[in-house]
Ligand binder design. Structure first.
Ligand SMILES: NC(=O)c1ccc[n+]([C@@H]2O[C@H](COP(=O)([O-])OP(=O)(O)OC[C@H]3O[C@@H](n4cnc5c(N)ncnc54)[C@H](O)[C@@H]3O)[C@@H](O)[C@H]2O)c1
Length: 262
């Protein structure tokens, strides 16, 4: 997918911020990496697919930006610690963590009574424990700096509860509670923690949950009658990570064209 970076949003305070984006090797996370780089921030692309992480780094450097791609399995605590150390040793700081990595496009869908237990455990390990490990890895640097932003990415499925997806929906529900508790524990250090709720986004990566013909149906159900663009997600993320959003914590930021509300 070609990433169109919309530069109409400009946040001076993001310049030189070091932004860890897990799962940034493809899809939405890759789009976030490009948008942060366009603000003069330094994305650290932490993805289990090391080749993709390196490609995103190369794309950003080719465009004149700075970035670091690091192969990281967020479900492995030692790997998340090594990722944070690599970012600190390269840039001396970690300002933002976006817990975006998930068992998502490659997920196995099945009625829950048929779901292999390993699939359940993998969704919990990556989508919940991965966010917990990454937060633990970066929080010491944020506390020392007295500033930080943590974003946990959820999904509209927590409201609609689609079938054959119990592991995913359960894991994405958990990160909302995780956000609220983390926000309370970290507020004293000016570290805000928020949940981000992306709309249904066709990133060009095929997935079992939304076959191509279903994207139009979602648009029909939305208030805003067009499909989600990466910049529709990236611009609210830039805002919530900027100094301008320093008084917003523990919240859910829904950028879904009004698909879910009420
Ligand atoms: N695309 C959508 O419509 C949509 C809608 C709502 C929520 N979301 C959420 O947004 C986020 C990004 O979605 P996407 O469409 O880009 O997903 P995707 O499946 O295309 O990308 C996920 C990325 O996470 C990486 N990843 C998987 N396991 C990992 C691990 N153990 N360690 C590190 N990286 C790992 C993958 O390699 C991949 O690069 C996910 O959290 C997803 O649940 C997506």
């Amino acid at each position: 997918m070609d990433i169109v970076v919309d530069k109409s949003a400009s946040y001076e305070s993001l310049k030189d911020r070091v932004v860890v984006i897990t799962g940034g090797g493809q899809g939405i996370g890759r789009g976030f990496a490009h948008h942060f780089a366009a603000q003069g921030a330094i994305p650290v692309v932490a993805d289990i697919n090391g080749d993709n992480a390196a490609s995103v780094q190369a794309e950003i450097e080719t465009g004149g930006g700075r970035a670091l791609g690091i192969e990281t399995d967020v479900a492995n605590e030692a790997a998340t610690g090594a990722m944070a150390e690599a970012a600190l040793s390269a840039f001396g700081r970690i300002d933002v963590l976006i817990n975006n990595a998930a068992v998502f496009s490659r997920i196995t869908m099945a009625p829950f009574w048929e779901l292999p237990v390993d699939e359940w455990k993998s969704a919990m390990d990556v989508n919940i424990t991965g966010a917990f490990f990454c937060a633990r890895a970066v929080v010491p640097a944020m506390r020392e700096a007295g500033w930080g932003r943590i974003i946990n990415v959820t999904s509209g499925t927590v409201k609609s509860g689609p079938p054959n997806y119990l592991h995913y929906v359960t894991s994405k529900s958990a990160v909302i509670g995780m956000t609220r508790s983390m926000a309370r524990e970290l507020g004293a250090w000016n570290i805000t923690v928020n949940t981000f709720w992306p709309g249904v986004t066709d990133t060009g990566i095929p997935r079992p949950s939304v076959p191509p013909e279903m994207f139009e149906k979602f648009v029909e159900m939305q208030v805003v009658k067009r499909s989600t663009r990466i910049e529709d997600l990236a611009k609210p993320i830039l805002f919530i990570c900027s100094d301008e959003a320093s008084y917003i914590s523990g919240q859910i930021l829904e950028a879904d064209g009004g698909l879910n509300f009420g």
